[in-house]
Ligand binder design. Structure first.
Ligand SMILES: Cc1cc2nc3c(=O)[nH]c(=O)nc-3n(C[C@H](O)[C@H](O)[C@H](O)COP(=O)(O)OP(=O)(O)OC[C@H]3O[C@@H](n4cnc5c(N)ncnc54)[C@H](O)[C@@H]3O)c2cc1C
Length: 341
C-alpha cells in the first residue's frame, strides 16, 4: 500500500470509469482506476467485444472493443495509476480521506467515484470435480486468455459457445498444438462470421468442434490438468480427452458483491445518487450502470454525462475554490489549445 493520498479513485474501469479518469486528468487531479478484471473496458471488453454499437454520439457504428480501446486511450492520456485484477472490498471513510481495502492491499484517497456497473464481473466457472484443484495458471484451468503464448504447443480444450470462446478457438489456432472447443448446444451464439470461420477451420483440421458436449470431470497429474471426462448433453455418453489446458469462456455473472456492505443507500442492486452524482457518503460519488435516480437509463451515453458531473463535483469537494464547471475542452490549455484555435 502507498501512503500517498490520491485525489480521485475510480472503482471500475468500464466506459464510465474511463471517461471519469479523462475528466479527472483534465481537471489536473491525481487519479487511480481499480478494476477487478485483468483488462479495462468493462462490459464492452468482457461481454460483447465483437458486437457493433450504434448509439454513441458521433460514432454511427463501432465495434465494442474498438470503442473500449478508444476510451482507454482517451481515459489514460493523463497517466492515472491503473490497478487491475483487484476487487475493492471495503470503503472506509476516515478523518479527511477514505480508505479502500482491496484483495491486494489498501489505498487512500480523498474522493471516490464508483463506476462499478453491475458489480465485479466474475467469470462463470464449471461446477465439476477437479475445477477447484486445478484452477489458475499453475493447474492449467483458466477463465481468461491473458497471453496466447501461454498456450503455445499445448493441447487446449475451450469450453463455451459465445464470442470469447469462438474468438479464442481462432486466436489459438496455429499457436496451441491442438484446439478443441466443446459447447452444450450445436448452435454457437457468437458472431455469425466468426462461427463460419471456425467451422471452415474445423473442416481443414485446424481445430476440432464437439457438440453437444459438457465437461463432467477434470483430472490432473502432479497438480496439473491432464485429462477431462466429457459427456454428450443429449445421449449422456461419456468420453475422455487428454489435455494440457482447459479454458472455460462461459461469460460473467454480475454481482454488486462487497459494494452492498459499504453503507451506501441502495435501490436493489444500484446506488442512489443526487443530481450531483453524490451518494449518501460525503466524498463518494457514483456514475454509470451502478447508479439509480428517477429516469435513469443504463446506456454508455448516459454514463459519460454522469461521469463528467461526478468528477467535476469531486474536484469541487476536494477544493471548494475550484469551479465545478470544467470549461470547454476546445479552450483548455491542457490540450495545448488556446481559445479561438
Ligand atoms: C450484450 C450487451 C450489449 C450492449 N449494448 C449496448 C449498446 O448498444 N449501447 C449502449 O449504450 N449500451 C449497451 N450495453 C450496456 C453498456 O455496456 C453499459 O451501459 C456500460 O457498459 C456501463 O458502463 P459502466 O462503466 O457503468 O459499467 P461496466 O461496463 O459494467 O464496468 C464496470 C466495471 O467495474 C468493475 N467493478 C465492479 N465492482 C468492482 C469492485 N468492487 N472492485 C473493482 N472493480 C469493480 C467491473 O469489473 C467492470 O469492469 C450493452 C450491454 C450488454 C451486456
Amino acid at each position: 500500500m502507498s501512503d500517498a493520498i490520491t485525489d480521485i479513485t475510480i472503482i471500475g474501469g468500464g466506459p464510465t470509469g474511463l471517461f471519469a479518469a479523462f475528466y479527472a486528468g483534465l481537471r489536473g487531479t491525481s487519479c487511480r482506476i481499480i478494476d477487478a478484471l485483468p483488462q479495462l473496458g468493462g462490459q464492452l471488453m468482457a461481454l460483447y467485444p465483437e458486437k457493433y454499437i450504434f448509439d454513441v454520439g458521433g460514432l454511427p457504428k463501432i465495434l465494442a472493443k474498438d470503442l473500449a480501446n478508444n476510451m482507454i486511450e482517451q481515459g489514460t492520456q493523463f497517466g492515472p495509476e491503473i490497478v487491475l485484477e483487484n476487487e475493492v472490498q471495503q470503503l472506509v471513510p476516515e478523518d479527511g480521506h477514505i480508505r479502500l481495502v482491496t484483495q491486494r492491499g489498501e489505498f487512500l484517497t480523498k474522493t471516490v467515484v464508483i463506476t462499478a456497473g453491475k458489480g465485479a464481473l466474475n467469470p462463470r466457472v464449471l461446477e465439476c470435480p477437479g475445477w477447484d484443484e486445478h484452477y489458475g495458471a499453475e493447474g492449467g484451468v483458466h477463465t481468461h486468455v491473458r497471453q496466447p503464448e501461454d498456450f503455445r504447443g499445448k493441447r487446449v480444450l475451450i469450453v463455451g459457445g459465445g464470442d470469447s470462446a469462438v474468438d479464442w478457438v481462432l486466436g489459438l489456432r496455429g499457436i496451441a498444438r491442438e484446439v478443441t472447443v466443446i459447447h452444450r448446444r450445436d448452435e454457437f451464439r457468437a458472431h455469425k462470421s466468426s462461427v463460419q470461420e471456425m467451422r471452415a477451420a474445423a473442416e481443414k483440421g485446424e481445430v476440432a468442434i464437439r457438440t453437444p458436449f459438457e465437461v463432467k470431470e477434470i483430472h490432473g497429474e502432479n497438480s496439473c490438468v491432464a485429462r477431462v471426462t466429457l459427456f454428450n448433453s443429449e445421449t449422456r455418453d461419456e468420453d475422455t480427452m487428454d489435455v494440457e489446458a482447459v479454458i472455460a469462456l462461459l461469460g460473467f455473472k454480475p454481482d454488486l458483491g462487497p459494494i452492498s456492505n459499504w453503507g451506501l443507500e441502495l435501490n436493489r442492486n444500484t446506488i442512489k445518487v443526487s443530481q450531483l452524482m453524490e451518494t449518501n457518503i460525503p466524498g463518494v460519488y457514483a456514475a454509470g450502470d451502478v447508479v439509480h435516480y428517477p429516469g435513469k437509463l443504463e446506456l454508455i451515453a448516459t454514463g459519460y454525462g454522469e461521469a463528467a458531473i461526478a468528477v467535476n463535483n469531486a474536484v469541487h469537494h476536494i477544493n471548494p475554490k475550484a469551479r465545478v464547471a470544467p470549461g470547454h475542452s476546445t479552450n483548455l490549455k491542457v490540450f495545448s489549445q488556446e481559445e479561438g484555435e
